[in-house]
Write a protein that binds this ligand. Structure first.
Ligand code: S3P
Length: 431
């Protein structure tokens, strides 16, 4: 697929099941692969990123049986049972695969090498290599060990550290905590703001206490993991985000989004949209294993501009491109700051959002760490580039839907996190 045209739409109506959470899907295969009893994973996200994690785990000697209906059965060889991979481990487009597995593999008594796609080779690795080196791991990579390709040298005994992270990053936190399982002594990580805590919750589900005190979390080394028989992956709120925004800004819309993860470290989008005047209600709140889920009912509403900064940023970091679209349709100004991490995602999202929405006639001011967006803008039709970034492609689709249509080049990148996105969009149109 070279390009796709999204026509404008009057309203979205209907019900959709939100696909499995990407962060939880990755972690479920990694954790299950470090256990020694089989784990069935339900509602696994069969999308390109999580498939990169499966392939890497298979290359490390873990058996993965792909079943129908989003089910997966993983049989690991225990915490110390990973095997030296014969080839280079390809993390594809996936920062989570790369950074979390680096935490695990840097502590192994064998050699491994990571590569990835063009986007991943530009993403910073020093943030993971630095704490792991302090623990005694040896990692060498391209450009003075800033980027992949990167080699992990067999580790002798590594030691626990108390690490204060300069940026709030769940991937860095997780890499250090996972390395901590193999270290001598306990390991703690302190973040400037709380980032998603799926690793901590999954550690607990696998019998490893993750002790939290404020912004610090610590783990002690263990001999083995005690795996649950089944992991139910909640729906991904980052995927639901596109419908939350579309259902709000398109008049006469009403969408029921089923089985959405509402882990408080991920619900910044709900807080911001609600503060902007959105009409979103949570129904049927329940627990899906270690993660809270609910069905979300969203109905059209007039939004007003807002300020997005500080501790909420890590809780909605992946939703900022689509929140920028919401802000275009709000009354008044929206100011986003403290979001410089967007510059090192699959693409530089601050630059890409400004440039691509600009092609639809939107005026946004790009700041070093955020965006300033005047509301009440009228969008025209335009041809926009996804930058091969899944969340850019889907955000542009929502802009075109609520504006005057859009042609998106390289739209197939939605396979990274939401392979059925365009089919779901077609099914929710109420013309
Ligand atoms: C993720 C953490 C976030 C997020 C990414 C997934 C994870 O990245 O943007 O999509 O699964 O841990 P950072 O840790 O780099 O902030």
């Amino acid at each position: 697929m070279q390009q796709i045209t999204v026509k404008p739409c009057k309203a979205l109506r209907g019900t959709t099941y939100i696909p499995g959470d990407k962060s939880v899907s990755h972690r479920s295969v990694m954790f299950a692969g470090l256990a020694d009893t089989p784990v069935v994973i339900r509602n696994f996200l069969y999308a390109a990123d999580c498939c990169s994690t499966i392939s890497c785990m298979e290359a490390l000697g873990v058996q993965v049986e792909r079943r129908a209906d989003g089910e997966l059965c993983v049989q690991g060889n225990g915490l110390h049972g990973l095997k030296e991979p014969i080839g280079v481990l390809d993390a594809g487009n996936s920062g989570t695969t790369l950074r979390l597995l680096t935490g695990i593999l840097a502590c192994q008594p064998f050699f491994s090498v990571f590569s990835g796609d063009a986007s991943l080779t530009k993403r910073p690795m020093a943030r993971v290599i630095k704490p792991l080196s302090q623990m005694g791991c040896t990692i060498v990579g391209r450009q003075q060990s800033k980027y992949i390709p990167m080699a992990l040298v067999p580790a002798a005994q590594i030691r626990g550290i108390d690490y204060t992270m300069p940026v709030a990053s769940a991937q860095v936190k997780s890499a250090v905590l996972l390395a901590g399982l193999f270290a001598k002594g306990s390991t703690s990580v302190t973040e400037p703001f709380l980032s998603r805590d799926h690793t901590e919750r999954m550690l607990e589900s696998f019998g490893v206490p993750a002790k939290r005190e404020g912004l610090t979390v610590s783990v002690a080394p263990v001999d083995s993991l005690t795996a649950p028989e089944v992991i139910e992956v909640p729906g991904d709120i980052s995927s639901a985000a596109f419908w939350l925004v579309a259902g709000t800004i398109l008049p006469n819309s009403r969408l029921l989004l089923r089985n959405v993860g509402i882990n408080p470290t991920r619900t910044g989008i709900l807080d911001v949209l609600t503060a902007m005047g959105a009409n979103i209600s949570l129904e049927n709140e329940r627990l899906s294993g270690a993660e809270p889920v609910a069905d979300l009912l969203v109905q059209s509403a007039q939004l007003r501009g807002t300020e997005i900064k500080g501790e909420i940023i890590p809780r909605l970091i992946d939703e900022i491109p689509v929140l920028a679209v919401a802000a275009l349709f709000a009354q008044g100004k929206t100011v986003i700051s403290g979001a410089e991490e967007l510059r090192v995602k699959e693409t530089d999202r601050l630059k890409a959002v400004t440039a691509e929405l600009g092609k639809l006639g939107a005026v946004l001011e790009e700041k070093a760490d955020g965006l300033i967006i005047e509301g009440g803008q009228c969008l025209k039709f335009g041809v926009c580039h996804s930058h091969d970034d899944h969340r850019m492609a889907m955000s542009l689709a929502i802009a075109g839907l609520a504006g005057n249509g859009v042609e998106i080049t390289e739209p197939e990148c939605v396979r990274i996190s939401y392979p059925d996105f365009f089919e779901t969009l077609a099914s929710l149109r109420a013309e």
